[in-house]
Write a protein that binds this ligand. Structure first.
Ligand SMILES: *[C@@H]1O[C@H](CO)[C@@H](O)[C@H](O)[C@H]1NC(C)=O
Length: 349
């Protein structure tokens, strides 16, 4: 359960959501720079497995194939019996939410992801477009009264026993938003000054990762670390965040920001990088080779699934028709990656 002494007062039979509703306001009111990372508990299924979907860069009121992706997420989510959904940010275009009363919340989220299998917690980070609106609105418990699935905290940890997810607020890292905002306004309330915020965040992440005993450690952020698409690598994350992930044996980094699906294996680290940013507008038409090992790239819309147990982690990318395009499995014994044939949709597991 989330930290906070009031949680203990909730009867044992209360649902996870009831706990969260009580504890979250406590977490969110704390000074962001000094507080420890919020921690949420999400136990795996009996037998110790976990499955989830990852989607990013989506909130466009159903347009640009957002609704088609949502429909297929519902179908695959049912098949895999998912436990939750992760959003890699840019939840609402073009400029986040105007406030907690912005109807874009329902139009781009509640009314779009309607499938039964998607009525699970959504753990979300903010993207740069979210920071261009009222960034605090997305963190507000008021939204959870409208749709209880929406669990957005700037940086936090979800502990699923076999795996810990470290959600990182990556937008403040990117210097150009501070120095060259052009006509965009960024909502830095609770963030500025940048250097303090980043130093504290990295210290908190390092502390949380060091105490983790999970079989898998997964970091999630909005911005790319490694990408062959439009935005490319994010220099600030490679300089500041990557050393913390490397020092703590993080296995995977999952991001959005580039509106595509990609898997990259870099030359300087065993960390595998997955971009799932195909939630709506895609087809950017950019693919720049880098020195890293590009395992898979798809420029169109889609999403990703992740199925985990203690010994194995399996990633699969799907397109707008729900067709599985590529799978990658990592275990302590072996690694495999393969493209699936057009006709070869396999019902995994
Ligand atoms: C929607 O998806 C189809 C199939 O990939 C694609 O041909 C079409 O261009 C997409 N529409 C938009 C607006 O991206």
């Amino acid at each position: 359960m989330a930290q906070g002494s009031r949680s203990a007062a909730v009867p044992a039979a209360a649902s996870f959501f009831a706990l969260l509703a009580v504890a979250a306001p406590l977490l969110l009111c704390c000074a962001p720079a000094a507080a420890e990372l919020a921690r949420l508990e999400h136990p795996p299924k009996d037998g110790g497995s976990l499955s989830l979907l990852v989607v990013g860069d989506w909130g466009r009121k159903g347009t640009f194939n957002q609704s088609r992706v949502a429909h297929q997420m519902g179908r695959v989510g049912e098949q895999l019996s998912i436990d939750f959904v992760i959003s890699t940010g840019d939840n609402f275009y073009e400029n986040g939410l105007t406030g907690t009363d912005d109807e874009a919340f329902e139009q781009s989220f509640t009314d779009i992801y309607t499938a039964k299998s998607l009525q699970k917690p959504w753990y979300l980070v903010l993207g740069n477009h979210d920071y261009r609106g009222d960034a605090l609105a997305q963190l507000s418990p008021v939204l959870r009264k409208i749709d209880s699935r929406f669990i957005c905290i700037k940086s936090f940890v979800v502990n699923a026993e076999i795996v810990e997810f470290f959600f990182v607020d990556t937008t403040p890292f990117q210097l150009k938003y501070w120095t060259h905002p052009k006509d965009d306004h960024y909502d830095w309330r609770g963030v500025a000054p940048r250097e303090n915020y980043i130093n504290n965040l990295l210290k908190d992440l390092d502390g949380a990762m060091k105490t983790s005993t999970a079989a898998w450690k997964v970091a999630v952020g909005h911005h790319t670390m490694r990408s062959v698409s439009d935005h490319g690598d994010t220099k600030e994350l490679l300089q500041l965040l990557l050393p913390v992930l490397q020092a703590n044996g993080v296995d995977f980094y999952i991001n959005g920001h580039d509106h595509c699906l990609e898997h990259i294996s870099s030359r300087d680290s065993p960390i595998q990088y997955f971009t799932s940013g195909g939630g709506s507008k895609a087809w950017r038409g950019v693919q720049n080779p880098t020195e890293d090992d590009l395992k898979f790239f798809y420029d169109g819309q889609g999403f990703m699934s992740l199925q985990l147990d203690r010994s194995q982690a399996k990633f699969t990318f799907y397109d707008v028709d729900g067709k599985a395009l590529y799978s990658y499995t990592r275990s302590s014994l072996m690694e495999t990656g393969h493209h699936l044939q057009a006709s070869g949709y396999v019902n995994e597991e």
